[in-house]
Design a protein around this ligand. Structure first.
Ligand SMILES: [Zn+2]
Length: 404
């Protein structure tokens, strides 16, 4: 008896990385909670349009399983739903980003090793169009489609006819919000046999600007500016730097967002990613930012973060995985089962906003497998004496994929 009680409090020396893990996880889980709150639809019950509402919360089957890294650097839950929404879920976005980054690096290394070139093309349009996002995206989609069908594109980058010997392209859609409203842009990595010449770049620029004007995203009065900025083509080093940063938390603009003191009017002037908008809403109480996030989530629902042209993955022997599979991959190489929580215990954890606290406890204190389940139970029991901080709702047997 005495031994068991003692084991609860007996911590292993703090593992390297646990502090970092807890800090980053708490922040992302809080943001996820904010996103879910903004996107929750009162009448939809368990059939929420935005799956982030259930992410890391609703139970797939009957229990929540707790795993711990054997080095004590982290812990995680199994048996919960993973939304795989890279646009709206800050927890899933990090995992998806890691997987996609590895895939891109692998393709680049393979391609460059055999003498190929990777180019980074960035497509955008003049910023002064403060239109509703849905309308903007419709025009942007049309312009991109037209561009791909244009003579210049076909002559240079088309897989069959293109002169640069293009194996294919990977397109990644990004968006920021700043003082001139929404600013969607597309990065495209093209895998070619040789460099794209200056002459070809000039032709591509002209074609892109032409498509923009035809689709109502620019006019002749801005021609010089558009020729200069609307299409940017860069070589290998920039492409490599882009891949190295792909999907990283720093790119959300959150780190700077949080450390920089803000004047009230300053925030709406700043260029922010959608997750930056979430932070502005959550940390600075900017209601407009919450509304913008909702607008973004609605328009981007179902859109892909990243698209590989047909057959390109196979060229580099990279498996086809969807965003949910990517989000479900575990980042803990060596772990063990700590124990399980029943729905009642889970409700208690959620109602105290104690998910990250519990992960930390499991990582730090549940190393003794003989007492781990009891330790977990005691920890959850101890939450009863703390103040309730949330409703603690979740759905059981939500289904989706039953992975571990
Ligand atoms: Zn998620």
């Amino acid at each position: 008896m005495g031994n068991k009680a003692k084991s609860i409090h007996k911590k292993e020396p703090k593992a390297f990385g646990l502090e970092e893990f807890t800090k980053s996880k708490s922040f992302r889980v809080a943001m996820q909670h904010t996103a879910a709150g903004l996107l929750w639809e009162a009448n939809s019950g368990k059939k929420q349009k935005f799956r982030v509402c259930h992410c890391g919360r609703s139970i797939q089957g009957d229990v929540v399983v707790v795993y711990r890294a054997t080095d004590g650097s982290r812990a995680r839950f199994g048996g919960l739903t993973t939304c795989g929404s890279g646009w709206t879920c800050p927890v899933c976005a990090v995992r998806i980003g890691e997987v996609r980054r590895e895939e891109l690096s692998s393709a680049m290394v393979q391609h460059v090793t055999v003498g190929g070139r990777v180019n980074l093309l960035t497509m955008t349009f003049p910023h002064e169009f403060d239109h509703p996002l849905a309308e903007l995206m419709e025009k942007f989609d049309k312009a991109r489609q037209k561009f791909k069908n244009s003579r210049a594109y076909r002559a240079v980058l088309n897989k069959k006819e293109g002169a640069a010997g293009c194996l294919g392209c990977v397109s990644s859609l990004e968006i920021t919000h700043g003082k001139n409203g929404w600013h969607p842009h597309l990065h495209m990595l093209s895998f070619t046999q040789r460099s794209i010449t200056d002459d070809e770049i000039a032709k591509l620029k002209k074609a892109w600007v032409n498509c923009l004007i035809k689709c109502g995203l620019g006019d002749n009065t801005k021609l010089t500016e558009m020729m200069e900025h609307a299409l940017d083509v860069r070589g290998g080093e920039d492409a490599a730097a882009y891949i190295a940063k792909y999907g990283r938390e720093e790119k959300w603009g959150i780190t700077s967002e949080l450390t920089r003191p803000h004047s009230k009017c300053g925030l709406s002037e700043e260029s922010m990613t959608p997750f930056g908008l979430l932070v502005a809403y959550q940390e600075y109480g900017e209601a407009w930012a919450g509304e913008k996030f909702k607008e973004f989530a609605g328009v981007f629902l179902g859109r892909r973060l990243i698209t590989w042209s047909e057959g390109l993955r196979a060229q580099f022997a990279i498996d086809e995985t969807d965003d949910q599979q990517a989000a479900e991959t575990s980042d803990v190489p060596d772990e063990h089962l700590v124990g399980m929580l029943n729905p009642e215990q889970w409700k208690l954890v959620l109602s105290r906003n104690a998910r990250v606290e519990l992960m930390r406890y499991a990582a730090e204190c549940c190393h003794n497998q003989a007492t781990a389940q009891n330790d977990l139970n005691d920890f959850v029991e101890s939450l009863k004496s703390t103040a309730q901080r949330a409703r603690g709702w979740f759905y059981e047997r939500l289904g989706w994929r039953l992975l571990q």
